[in-house]
Ligand binder design. Structure first.
Ligand code: C2O
Ligand code: CU
Ligand code: CU
Length: 494
């Protein structure tokens, strides 16, 4: 068949236009955000201001409430997204050091996951394009550069990322002023009110513990509340500290959700254990409280040895030891409210097909210390490498069994193990000390991205890996362990 020169040119032209549209035009963002990380200064303690590193943001396209600043805080703005939205985030690194941002808990393409090999240098920009496919839930974002995650988060780089969806919207849970976000982080300060990030061997071994615990960047804040029901979204954004949360007046904690969003039904228990990287969504009904009374959110005491036992010494480096009693936040009932939100009996309907999976391959993954370094399956982090067992096919289902084997001289720690990408399920938790004082606060009932593996325990999880192919991370979320190499890649292939 003969084609005129003109027809051929036209065909080539169309083909060119088509592929250019596919490359540049297929992704149309519903929300576009500019997010900048830069040094800043703010008053945290009385007296001199504290130098911090901080995320600030601007909505370039989409709903104006896609960003919500946390007043008087070094924390980044809370990013609010809806399931299904196409999101573009333009990250500008205005720090003196390389960095990259990771969206903890979200299932995003490799290029948007913030792997350390994608870190950009000071002054550079990085564009993230992804669709929100996660369930409604409390997620978060933080830097992920190689060996610098601990210090960068500690300087202040972190923020919440909240996803909403229709299923959750239909419940009409407390929102607006009745929804409180609560980020727990501990810090050490020097005499001039500056953050101190210790780098001693012991601090790296056990993870950095502060001597003051901040809530949304403030020391023991008091918030005015009304006689109504509240929803508290709590993030443990600490580098290494584990909290066992309880109410000061003995009111049990009612849990709506955890890492992967709402549970099927609310759960009520005396305490809830929250490890670094984890979140908990809490219901608190203050409708029958008297004006002028208050209730305090606390971390109740637990035995340090139940989470940290390094080289025969408990507690590790400096700072307030693990398990110390801590007053976190006071809620002071100051006004009458007529709003009457009721706790729903059912929160969500889970897809239970995961339970029906048969013949699921099991991978046993020891967590152990070798030569003073924490390792995963006997290995330390390698930037581009994957080992046998670390390659999986897109959408395949696996059992990964984390065996907390400990180290020499009785070195034992609880490790919060995090997988990037998909939310997974805890299938079983065996071994360990049944009387472990943080065990009764664990929530294994929902979808999760981070699971706490207590000393001598074996925790088996079932994960169906993402449909996004490429290199992703799994690691301990004690940030010093991660930075010291307790992190590995897994590769998702077609
Ligand atoms: Cu929240 Cu790879 O981390
Ligand atoms: Cu993550
Ligand atoms: Cu660890």
């Amino acid at each position: 068949m003969m084609q005129t020169r003109r027809e051929i040119l036209k065909a080539i032209g169309l083909a060119f236009v088509a592929s250019a549209t596919q490359r540049a035009g297929a992704f149309v963002p519903d929300v576009e955000i500019a997010l900048t990380a830069a040094p800043a200064e703010l008053v945290i303690l009385p007296g001199a201001p504290t130098e911090v590193w901080r995320f600030t943001g601007r909505v370039l396209k989409g709903p104006a409430n896609s960003l919500q600043a946390i007043p008087n805080s070094y924390l980044g703005p809370t990013i609010r997204l809806a399931r299904g939205q196409n999101v573009r985030i333009r990250f500008s690194n205005r720090l003196p050091d390389p960095s990259i941002v990771h969206w903890h808990g979200l299932d995003v393409p490799e290029s948007a996951d913030g792997h350390p090999r994608l870190a950009i240098s000071s002054g550079a920009d990085y564009v993230y394009d992804f669709q929100v496919t996660n369930r409604a839930g409390t997620y978060w974002y933080h830097p992920h550069p190689h060996m610098q995650t601990g210090p960068q988060v500690y300087r202040g780089l972190a923020g919440l990322l909240i996803v909403s969806d229709e299923e959750e919207g239909a419940l009409a849970l407390p929102s607006g002023a009745a929804e409180l976000t609560c980020v727990l982080q501990d810090r050490r300060f020097d005499a001039r009110n500056q953050f101190v990030y210790p780098t001693g061997m012991m601090d790296m071994e056990t993870g950095v513990l502060g001597d003051r615990v901040l809530v949304n960047g403030q020391v023991r804040p008091t918030w005015a509340v009304a006689t109504q029901a509240y929803r508290l979204r709590v993030l443990n954004g600490s580098n290494a500290r584990i909290y066992k949360l309880g109410w000061s007046d003995g009111t049990p904690i009612t849990i709506l959700g955890s890492q992967g969003g709402l549970l099927e039904r609310p759960m009520t228990q005396p305490f809830v254990t929250i490890a670094p990287g984890q979140r908990v969504d809490v219901w608190l009904d203050l409708s029958r409280r008297t004006i002028g009374t208050s209730v305090e959110l606390r971390s109740v005491p637990f035995a340090a040895a139940d989470v940290t036992m390094a080289m025969g010494m408990m507690g590790g480096g400096g700072g307030l030891p693990q398990g110390a009693a801590i007053s976190l936040l006071t809620l002071r009932v100051g006004s009458q409210s007529t709003s009457a939100a009721r706790l729903p009996e059912r929160l969500s309907t889970f897809d239970r097909s995961w339970q029906a999976a048969t013949g699921v391959p099991v991978r046993r993954i020891p967590l152990a210390a070798q030569m003073m370094n924490w390792t995963i399956d006997g290995r330390s982090f390698e930037m581009d490498a994957v080992a046998a067992g670390e390659t999986v096919t897109a959408g395949s289902t696996h059992h990964w069994e984390f065996v907390n084997a400990g180290g020499p001289m009785g070195m034992q720690m609880a490790h919060p193990i995090h997988l990037h990408g998909r939310q997974f399920r805890v299938v079983s938790r065996t071994g360990g000390n049944p009387a472990n004082s943080v065990r009764d606060g664990l929530i294994d009932a929902g979808w999760t991205d981070t699971v706490l593996v207590l000393p001598h325990e074996t925790v088996r999880v079932q994960v169906t890996f993402s449909g996004h192919t490429g290199l992703f991370l799994y690691h301990c979320h004690i940030l010093e362990h991660e930075d010291m190499g307790m992190m590995r890649n897994f590769r998702i292939t077609h």
